[in-house]
Design a protein. Structure first.
Length: 438
């Protein structure tokens, strides 16, 4: 899950963010915000210079972290949801024109419309109607070992009104998910983590109430092949993570996480129906490597690297192969922020997501996409600044998203032609912004 918390210290916006958190809806949840020990001593003020607050002792998992408002303010974003790309391994794209819901890539998932992406704002869930109960117990066994035991109960309620009356209806489902985190250290400004837990992912409400296949039913309502069984609303998952976080190099915060997630059912995009459908069980695993460096008082460098491997665990004679279509394997994000260089400020961001299988046998793969953003700004007065943003800086011709399925144009066979369908990235854009704070 992701939580924006703007109620903390001034000029610090908290983004509780990691693939582990996103697993509230897509798998096991490991990372919980660390609860600092109560203290009555008054401490000297601490000036935060970095873009992230991912220091030793700040969380219960290597993949959890906190981002400062400085980065949110300094980094140009083409779409509001791109603030979630502060999470290592997350890519936010668009599979249609502006105004449509975003597409999210994360830890081997291709989350259509974000329906399986748990987003939290100020502690409140967004996008789905559900009831959850947020219980955990933290215990410090020794100065170098602490544990967090959690138990989460969720109840989901969905209602769907379809143009096909048979597929309208409502459903509800609930699950209880236990979790455990162990934190060892710190030693030499380094700590290690072991996390394990159960979770779930929610299926599309349309599939959870469906009794007939729209394509077959519309072609022939009497076709016996049009009948289908509703998908389960919630699917069990379990996963684990081993991680390390270190500040042994002055000015550098480094995190390394190795994770695995097992799902009772995978969701894949159906080109014919234009939505997602439940499929075979799967195993996803990968590595995330994050680095945040204060090079000088005015230059901050960030580098995130993520690799994942996603496979179905059983065969399906109808669709040979165990690759999961749309599952991104490699994501790289590199950033450089210029802050407090006199009245000047700026940011450069490079984002890359690599090729991925488009069908189960991996015989058709997508191309990679590399985009660069640039911001140059000037502070005219203490509360007034002007910024020039350039999106797709090098005017790359690439795709936001790609699918492979059969479609038919005029003059083509009635059965259609299987081919790659894609949504191109936006061409180079320039935006000039004047900001005044009162």
């Amino acid at each position: 899950m992701f939580a924006f918390d703007f109620s903390c210290a001034p000029r610090v916006a908290r983004l509780v963010a990691s693939g582990a958190f996103a697993a509230v809806a897509a798998g096991a949840v490991f990372a919980q915000s660390a609860v600092p020990a109560a203290s009555t001593a008054e401490l000297d003020p601490v000036q935060v210079r970095g873009n992230y607050l991912n220091g030793v002792g700040t969380s219960d998992a290597a993949s959890a972290g906190t981002v400062t408002s400085r980065l949110i303010e300094s980094r140009p974003t083409l779409r509001p949801a791109e603030v979630l790309e502060f999470v290592p391994g997350v890519i936010v794209t668009q599979h249609s024109g502006d105004g449509k819901a975003n597409q999210y890539y994360l830890r081997g998932f291709n989350l259509d419309h974000g329906t399986d992406f748990a987003t939290w704002v100020d502690g409140m869930p967004v996008r789905e109607t559900s009831v959850g109960i947020y219980a955990d117990h933290q215990l410090e066994w020794t100065p170098w070992l602490r544990s967090v035991v959690g138990l989460r109960a969720n109840r989901f309620f969905v209602e769907h009104t379809s143009s096909i009356a048979f597929n309208s209806g409502n459903r509800s489902a609930g699950l209880v998910s236990p979790k455990l985190s162990l934190v060892f250290g710190p030693w030499s400004k380094t700590e290690t983590f072991a996390n394990y837990g159960w979770g779930y992912h929610s299926n599309d409400a349309r599939g959870a109430t469906a009794k007939v296949k729209p394509k077959e039913f519309n072609a022939d309502p009497s076709d016996p092949n049009a009948a289908t069984e509703p998908s389960p609303l919630l699917v069990r998952s379990k996963g684990g993570e081993l991680g390390l976080r270190s500040e042994i190099v002055p000015g550098l915060q480094t995190s390394l996480a190795l994770w695995q997630l097992r799902l009772g059912s995978e969701l894949v995009f159906s080109g014919d129906a234009g939505d997602t459908e439940a499929s075979r069980p799967s195993t996803l695993e990968g590595i995330e490597f994050s680095n945040h460096y204060v090079a000088t008082p005015w230059l901050l460098l960030d580098g995130d690297f993520a690799w994942s491997r996603s496979r179905f665990t059983i065969d399906d004679p109808a669709t040979p192969g165990r690759f999961i279509p749309g599952s991104v394997e490699t994501v790289v994000s590199l950033g450089a922020s210029v802050v407090e260089l006199g009245p000047w400020f700026g940011h450069f961001q490079l984002r890359y997501f690599g090729p991925r299988p488009l069908i189960e046998d991996n015989s058709v793969r997508s191309a990679s996409t590399t985009l660069a953003y640039l911001r140059v700004g000037y502070r005219v007065a203490p509360n007034v600044r002007i910024a020039l943003d350039v999106f797709n800086l090098f005017d790359r011709k690439a795709s936001d998203i790609e699918y492979y399925y059969a479609s038919r144009l005029k003059g083509e066979p009635a059965t259609g032609v299987a081919d790659v369908h894609f949504h191109p990235v936006e061409p180079r854009r320039v935006r000039l912004t004047l900001t005044a704070q009162f």
